[in-house]
Ligand binder design. Structure first.
Ligand SMILES: Nc1ncnc2c1ncn2[C@@H]1O[C@H](COP(=O)(O)OP(=O)(O)OP(=O)(O)O)[C@@H](O)[C@H]1O
Ligand SMILES: [Mg+2]
Length: 278
């Protein structure tokens, strides 16, 4: 089997001024609430191990505060781990200098945010081309490429519009085109569709799946919605209080929820969710 695209080993994140000093307490089993009340430190993640295979859509889900954003932000080191190893395509990114990390991100990682994060004073085409501009790709070339990706996400003709002239769904298409435009092979999507209304959200899910059939990117997709996780995910990982409590295919999760927490999600799944996924 080929090497995983992302491999996380013993990753823990504690928020607070003396995070490393708190590690022994956490390893001895102190829970999140106790660490917070007694020592004023928050457990973000605890002993996470996971592998993401190249070309899969790997969904991370869990309730608010379970550590989803904290985890995905380690994948491009927007957050520094308190301990543990983060291998991406065979490189332990915790060992990279700032400069090396910048280059590594440009080559391999792009992110789509929940609130779109578009640049308001640039038109749509320049927003999509932004990542290429940072890489100093000549103007003509980058605009041509941006225009191609705008077409691919269904926004032909919107080049000269500004973000505030677009609907939420259209803005997120721009966000997606911007992420795809750099050719990064790993796409990080943190609640990328959560701000959209249900119909548009379902459309975006479908479009992402269709694009993925041709692109074969490695996609990490965060959601707190199990229907969305099942629709999109080749595999799903479930977080609770910073711990990974179950990983598996949608089918495995639905049929064998690991505990009551997972079962509570499963209970609210729409009956057609698995059918829609295939
Ligand atoms: N900068 C920070 N300082 C202190 N604690 C933090 C910080 N960022 C996150 N946390 C804590 O880490 C935990 C996980 O937060 P995180 O944002 O990863 O949750 P989430 O699963 O993404 O939630 P949501 O669904 O609401 O986005 C929370 O308990 C939070 O309080
Ligand atoms: Mg979050």
């Amino acid at each position: 089997m080929s090497e995983p695209a992302i491999s996380i080993r013993n990753l823990s994140k504690i928020f607070g001024k003396q995070a490393k000093k708190m590690l022994p307490l956490v390893h001895q089993g102190m829970d999140k609430e106790t660490l917070l009340t007694r020592h004023d430190h928050a457990i973000g993640l605890q002993g996470i191990n996971l592998d993401v295979e190249a070309g899969e859509i790997f969904v991370i889900m869990g309730l608010s505060g379970s550590g989803k954003s904290t985890l995905i932000r380690h994948f491009n080191r927007l957050i520094e781990p308190t301990e543990g190893q983060i291998d991406i395509k065979g490189t332990d990114i915790t060992t990279l200098s700032r400069k090396q990390l910048e280059v590594f991100r440009q080559q391999h990682l792009s992110m789509v945010f929940q609130r779109f994060a578009l640049l308001p004073h640039r038109n749509v085409l320049d927003n999509v081309a932004y990542g290429l501009e940072i890489q100093r790709i000549p103007k003509e070339q980058r605009l041509e490429k941006a225009s191609y990706w705008l077409d691919r996400v269904g926004l032909t003709g919107y080049d000269r519009q500004y973000p505030n002239q677009l609907s939420g769904g259209q803005q997120q298409r721009v966000g997606l085109a911007r992420a795809l435009c750099t050719d990064a092979d790993i796409l990080l999507m943190d609640e990328a569709f959560s701000a959209l209304d249900p119909l548009i959200r379902a459309e975006m899910q479908l479009q992402l799946k269709q694009l993925q059939k041709q692109l074969h990117k490695t996609i990490i997709f965060i959601t707190h919605d199990l229907d969305e996780a099942i629709t999109l995910g080749d595999r799903i990982a479930i977080l609770k209080d910073g711990c990974l409590i179950q990983q598996g295919t949608p089918q495995q999760i639905l049929q064998h929820p690991a505990d009551d927490y997972v079962a509570a999600f499963v209970q609210h799944v729409r009956p057609d969710a698995l059918h829609k996924a295939s």
